[in-house]
Design a protein around this ligand. Structure first.
Ligand SMILES: Nc1ncnc2c1ncn2[C@@H]1O[C@H](COP(=O)(O)OP(=O)(O)O)[C@@H](O)[C@H]1O
Ligand SMILES: CC(=O)OP(=O)(O)O
Ligand SMILES: [Mg+2]
Length: 409
């Protein structure tokens, strides 16, 4: 029997998204999400698409990523899609930080594991979860290839002018300080899908991709290759995010140390977990922020200011990447906020008519899972909503790698 299935694990800091796909036609057999890992109120939602069965939910504490993955394995086994299946060809893992070592999807061995571990200080919210996912999957299926697909890989084409910080070169090189960029699997997939939506080859199209989820990043993609992106050494730089500050004057950190008396760890926590939309208004979910603004009560002003700061930063990056690319064919909004929040798209593009960018109100408010244009017909720059599918992209890359290595006998 030819093994044609790939299980994909996208382990976040407090969640695991997963999909089981049959790579003969890239169809999804099952998908799901474990969220609030480590809290009392963890929740697993599993949808067995192959059997057409209803989604199942489990709530109650799931202590860590190992327990989460075991719970996922149990759910899959109930649908006879278990990890013991001979049809499983590989398990593909999202790994957030691959440094400069990994530019391609990579079959995991001890050296690869050691490198992912070495990079924990520059991806403290993500790489530990990714490692636990890989190790747990290895324990469940030691015979299977585990493939790591790195968020940083797509950005390795950035020129030095975009990738280097203007700091002492020797210090930077000694500590491998440079801009790596993240969400690369999504930027790659979405830029390609945007070209497809325009009916053009990726090589002919320049796209600004705005990946707006909990973490958020922008990228400038020229002819299918990344030339700049907003995240840097770590996923903290760039846009305002759910709980991360994005860009700030680095002297804020010296000031908080010297004048504020805060430790490095306290500042790290402040900037990564207590800043962004959460720090500005107490909510990190864009739905909640829009609700507060729309209801207009005493809660509204702080939410409105947070929204305005978020949009201001986004608009600056659109302008910057317009300048970097010189010619822009499309802007693509993606991820939880980009795909669902029409007011964010409207506000981000408002006033950019001079750059050839506009949003049509009626098209912008259409709700759909499909990639679609939201700019008026004939706009010089196409504005699009393009749902991302990191799991499909990881599965495709994983299967391409193990497919070529596999001997079917
Ligand atoms: N209908 C919606 N309107 C506005 N924001 C939304 C909506 N649905 C989801 N979101 C936002 O999307 C975010 C999650 O995006 P997602 O891409 O799943 O993030 P991540 O992969 O980083 O967890 C949520 O925090 C929420 O703010
Ligand atoms: C790299 C990163 O920020 O990822 P996420 O959006 O999943 O937190
Ligand atoms: Mg994400």
């Amino acid at each position: 029997m030819t093994a044609t299935r790939v299980l994909v694990l996208n382990s976040g800091s407090s969640s695991v998204k997963y999909q089981l796909l049959d790579m003969r036609d890239s169809s999804r057999l099952a998908m799901g999400l474990v969220e609030r890992i480590g809290e009392e109120t963890s929740r697993l939602k599993h949808t067995p698409l192959a059997t057409g069965g209803a989604s199942r939910e489990r709530t109650g504490p799931i202590a860590d990523h190992e327990a989460a993955l075991k719970a996922v394995a149990e759910e899959l086994a109930k649908d006879e899609l278990g990890l013991d299946s001979p049809e499983l060809a590989a398990i593909g893992h999202r790994v957030v930080h691959g440094g400069q070592s990994f530019t391609e999807p990579t079959v995991v061995d001890d050296t690869v594991l050691a490198e992912i571990e070495r990079l924990i200080p520059v991806a403290p919210l993500h790489n530990p979860a990714n490692l636990t996912g890989i190790r747990t999957a290895q324990a469940l299926r030691p015979d299977l290839p585990q493939v790591a697909v790195f968020d940083t890989a797509f950005h390795t084409t950035m020129p030095e002018s975009a990738a280097r910080y203007a700091i002492d070169v020797k210090t930077a090189d000694e500590h491998r300080i440079r801009r790596y960029g993240f969400h690369g699997t999504s930027h790659a997939y979405v830029s390609r899908e945007t070209a497809r939506l325009l009916g053009r080859a990726p090589e002919d199209v320049n796209v600004i991709v705005l990946h707006l989820g909990n973490g958020a990043s922008a990228s400038a993609v020229r002819g299918g290759k990344c030339v700049d992106t907003s995240m840097g050494l770590t996923p903290l730089e760039g846009l305002v995010m759910g709980t991360r500050s994005g860009d700030l004057d680095p002297a804020v950190i010296f000031h908080l140390t010297r004048v504020g008396g805060m430790s490095t760890d306290e500042i790290d926590t402040l900037l990564n977990k207590k800043s962004g939309l959460l720090g500005l208004c107490g909510d990190n979910d864009m739905r909640e922020i829009r609700r507060r603004i729309d209801e207009g009560g005493a809660d509204a002003p702080a939410a409105r200011l947070a929204f305005e700061i978020y949009i201001h930063r986004l608009k600056k990056y659109i302008g910057a990447y317009y300048a970097v690319l010189g010619r822009v064919d499309a802007i693509a909004f993606t991820a939880g906020v980009g795909e669902n929040a029409a007011p964010v798209r409207e506000a981000a593009v408002a006033g950019l008519e001079g750059l050839g960018m506009a949003v049509d109100d009626a098209l912008n408010t259409v709700r759909s899972q499909e990639a679609r244009l939201i700019s008026p017909a004939g706009s010089p720059v196409a504005v699009a909503v393009v749902p991302t599918d990191e799991e499909l992209e990881i599965a495709t890359q994983t299967y391409a790698l193990v497919g070529t290595a596999r001997t079917d006998n």
